[in-house]
Design a protein around this ligand. Structure first.
Ligand code: PSU
Ligand code: MN
Length: 286
């Protein structure tokens, strides 16, 4: 047995443009390995749920045109239809725990969308019901962040700040909102995971890691681009699961790729931190 880190695949299939999506997926896997853990990307290939992809499988998935964005509700469907799927945070968390992998790295979780407070990502109820440890850069800044933060609190999700006091806003390191507890080390997180499990709590622990300083985009610069992208989505009637990929794409264009560079940097960094946490948890459980 060795420490393992689960990785999601929707960010590869829907959140990033081709062909850089493949490069970034490999960077994330490399960052996990460099941290002494084994990366396992969750995905669905021809209707089969996968725990870990070979490099050939990853290459094939990253280059596909027809891939279903799979949240929890899509898993029964895709196993019947035999399609290919990228798994979101909710579906990845479920598959990872089912495979006995508690630590999972992603970019940003889904949450409550702006404008439509009824459009709430399945990521939030999944975090409330599944006891994993999700390493992320906060919630995507295209969301209604205060409502998303409140919902995490209502649901009993433990929100930790990795060497930070503020809940990060994905591309930006600042949000003005607090985390529940600042942590400095992987050992602290591992110990809290063990206490959560001893208590029998069913909620995830969310470890929020700010985007590395060199690649982060200040919140004031992102604000206008996000508002414009939101207006375009409403004008074009983009809704449901199409909304997140649409907004991310608009932002990459509006910021001349800076949002993409930030996304890339934070994904690898989160994978690196997740490997440290997986290793620390593995050691205290041993
Ligand atoms: N963050 C990104 N890119 C993404 C996502 C998050 O930077 O592609 C994906 C994750 O898989 C997340 C999903 O679980 O978007 C949420 O989508 P929705 O809002 O439709 O639930
Ligand atoms: Mn949604």
């Amino acid at each position: 047995m060795n420490p393992k880190v689960a990785l999601e695949s929707t960010v590869i299939t829907h959140g990033l443009p081709q062909p850089v999506n493949l490069e970034i997926a490999r960077e994330m896997q490399e960052a996990v390995r460099a941290g002494g853990a084994e990366p396992l990307m969750m995905a669905v290939l021809a209707g089969e749920t996968q725990v870990g992809l070979s490099d050939t499988q990853l290459e094939d998935l990253a280059a596909r045109a027809e891939v279903r964005k799979c949240s929890l509700r899509d898993l029964p469907i895709i196993r019947q239809t035999g399609e290919y799927g990228g798994t979101t945070v909710s579906a990845t968390l479920f598959l990872a725990l089912r495979a006995g992998i508690p630590v999972f790295a992603t970019g940003g979780i889904g949450g409550v969308h702006r404008g439509d407070a009824m459009d709430i990502s399945a990521d939030l109820p999944a975090l409330a019901q599944l006891p994993g440890t999700v390493v992320c850069a906060g919630a995507k800044s295209i969301l209604d962040l205060p409502r998303t933060r409140e919902r995490l609190e209502t649901d009993g999700v433990t929100v930790l700040g990795w060497q930070c006091d503020e809940f990060p806003a994905f591309y930006s390191r600042e949000s003005g909102m607090a985390v529940d507890q600042r942590v400095e080390s992987a050992a602290e997180v591992a110990s809290m995971m063990r206490e959560r499990d001893r208590l029998g709590l069913k909620q995830s622990i969310l470890v929020t890691v700010p985007c590395p300083q060199s690649a982060a985009v200040p919140w004031a610069e992102m604000e206008d681009a996000i508002a414009d992208a939101e207006t375009a989505a409403i004008a074009q009637g983009i809704m449901g699961k199409e909304l997140t990929p649409f907004l991310l794409n608009r932002l990459a264009e509006a910021t001349q790729g800076r949002s993409l560079a930030a996304n890339r940097a934070l994904l690898s960094n989160n994978a690196r931190v997740a490997a440290q946490i997986a290793t620390a948890f593995f050691e205290i459980e041993a």
